[in-house]
Write a protein that binds this ligand. Structure first.
Ligand SMILES: [Zn+2]
Length: 76
């Protein structure tokens, strides 16, 4: 297990944002991804809502967890 306080190399996925990611936004596009496919964006505190809403408004299944958490699948 790697220490939780390791080098902060995980950055927010929001364009132009260089803040350290503290959230992971897991999602998939039901039209092109099978049910066991999970895409993950990383987000800082400021942008986690933006990214989740961006996906939710497209009717994509979304699950938000702390960064580093692995999600097997995102419920549709
Ligand atoms: Zn950000």
């Amino acid at each position: 297990m790697i220490g939780a306080e390791g080098p902060a190399t995980e950055r927010c996925s929001r364009a132009g944002c260089t803040a350290a990611a503290v959230w992971a936004v897991h999602w998939r596009n039901p039209r092109i991804h099978s049910e066991d496919r999970v895409k993950t964006w990383l987000a800082c505190d400021e942008h986690v809502e933006y990214l989740r809403d961006y996906l939710a408004t497209r009717d994509f299944p979304v699950a938000v967890t702390a960064v580093g958490v692995t999600v097997e699948r995102v419920a549709g």
